[in-house]
Structures are given as structure tokens and as C-alpha cells.
Design a protein around this ligand. Structure first.
Ligand code: BEZ
Length: 223
């Protein structure tokens, strides 16, 4: 099974989309990007996911993240399906979906990017795409990937939360603990010595005592 590993340059490609032909790297420019895939057009879970992603598009924009979706159907089908997604979201007439959808009718991209769900076939017996999330950094490297089966819808609030962590930890030498949200305390990673931590975190480092006596649970205010 081919796959893209964290830190790999995300493969570039040309594709037909609902806004015309794009070159992925040109489309992303020097911004962060999210590519999220869907099993098929006109499927219920996908419709709710694309609707939610559209509702949250301003949040992605605030974080400088360009959005692009993919589904294994043709552009004409995508354009018709988008009308359902807009209706599902109760948007006003004239509303346009705030991100393009890539067409992948031959499943070339799904195969190349390791996105096919082997357990899920469509009515014609063809494999469909799993629900992949790829977060791509401004350097075009893969920063995060999440892979859900077709039968489980994603949580786009969680995706925004991980983007907040990725963007923070891209520039600050910190790590974010379980369920972290922006503004919460962050953790001092194990590769930072006590001495270095004093310099790096002038707001202070607080340690939680543990039975092992090892001082590895170190918190500091979010820099
Ligand atoms: C859906 O989007 O609802 C869906 C797609 C493929 C398999 C199961 C559910």
C-alpha cells in the first residue's frame, strides 16, 4: 500500500476540479493546506462533512489554510452534488462552496495517495476512497494525516484544533497535551534540558510530581 509519511514532500499533481484544472502546489502557494477526501458524491455522511467544512471555512481562512476536497466522481457530478450540500447547509441563493472539489473518476489520485478503503465498494463493486485528511505545511511537507473508514464521519472542529497545535509547534519549541486548546498551558518537550527550559520559557515551568520521580511532566503558559 503506497503511503505518504510525515515530513515527505506532498506529491504534486494536476487535477480537474470544480474551479477548473489545478496544480496542487500552485494552488497551495506558500500557505498551509488541507486535502480531505470523500468516498463518493451523493452519499449521506460525505454531504454532512462537506457542509460542515463549508460552515467552518472562515476558521480555516483565519489560520491561513487553503481547503480542497476530493471525491471519486467527475466534475459535472460534483457541481450538481454541491447544490445538495448548499441546500443541506440552508445557505442563501448565490452562495458558492468556499473550496474546490477534485474529480478522480479513474481513482488515479486515490491509488497514488493511498486513499482507497479496501473494505468499502460502491454499487458497481468499485473501491471508494476512505476519509483521508492531509495537512500540508507551507514547505509542502506532510504535517499530519488522519485516515477514517468510509463509514465514520470526521470531526472538523478537531481538525481545526490539530491545525492550531501544528501551527504553534511549527514555530515554538513546545508540545500540546491531551485535549489542548489554544490558550491552555503547553508542555516542555523531553529534548529540552532544565537549563534550556529556563531560558526558553521566561513565564516559568511548573513540574508535576510523579511516583517515578522523573521530572518529565513540565507545563508552561502558551508562548
Ligand atoms: C457516506 O458518505 O454516507 C458513505 C459513503 C460510503 C460508505 C458509507 C457511507
Amino acid at each position: 500500500m503506497p503511503g505518504i509519511l510525515l515530513g515527505d514532500i506532498f506529491p504534486n499533481f494536476e487535477a480537474e476540479t470544480t474551479i477548473g484544472t489545478i496544480n496542487l502546489h500552485d494552488f497551495l502557494g506558500d500557505r498551509w493546506g488541507i486535502l480531505f477526501s470523500h468516498p463518493r458524491d451523493y452519499t449521506p455522511v460525505c454531504t454532512t462533512e462537506l457542509g460542515r467544512a463549508a460552515k467552518l471555512s472562515e476558521e480555516f481562512k483565519k489560520r491561513g489554510v487553503k481547503m480542497i476536497a476530493l471525491s471519486v466522481d467527475c466534475v459535472e457530478d460534483h457541481r450538481e452534488w454541491i447544490k445538495d450540500i448548499i441546500a443541506y447547509n440552508d445557505e442563501e441563493p448565490g452562495y458558492t462552496l468556499p473550496y474546490p472539489i477534485i474529480a478522480d473518476p479513474n481513482r488515479h489520485l486515490a491509488l497514488a495517495l493511498g486513499m482507497l478503503d479496501p473494505d468499502m465498494k460502491d454499487q458497481e463493486g468499485m473501491p471508494v476512497t476512505a476519509r483521508c485528511v492531509f495537512i500540508i505545511g507551507p514547505d509542502k511537507k506532510l504535517k499530519l494525516s488522519i485516515l477514517y473508514p468510509a463509514t465514520t464521519g470526521r470531526n472538523f472542529d478537531e481538525i481545526l484544533r490539530v491545525i492550531d497545535s501544528l501551527q504553534l509547534t511549527a514555530t515554538k519549541r513546545v508540545a500540546t497535551p491531551v485535549d489542548w486548546k489554544p490558550g491552555d498551558h503547553v508542555m516542555v518537550p523531553p529534548n529540552i534540558s532544565e537549563e534550556e527550559a529556563k531560558d526558553l520559557f521566561p513565564a516559568g515551568v511548573c513540574k508535576r510530581q510523579l511516583p517515578s520521580g522523573k521530572n518529565y511532566l513540565r507545563y508552561t503558559p502558551q508562548p
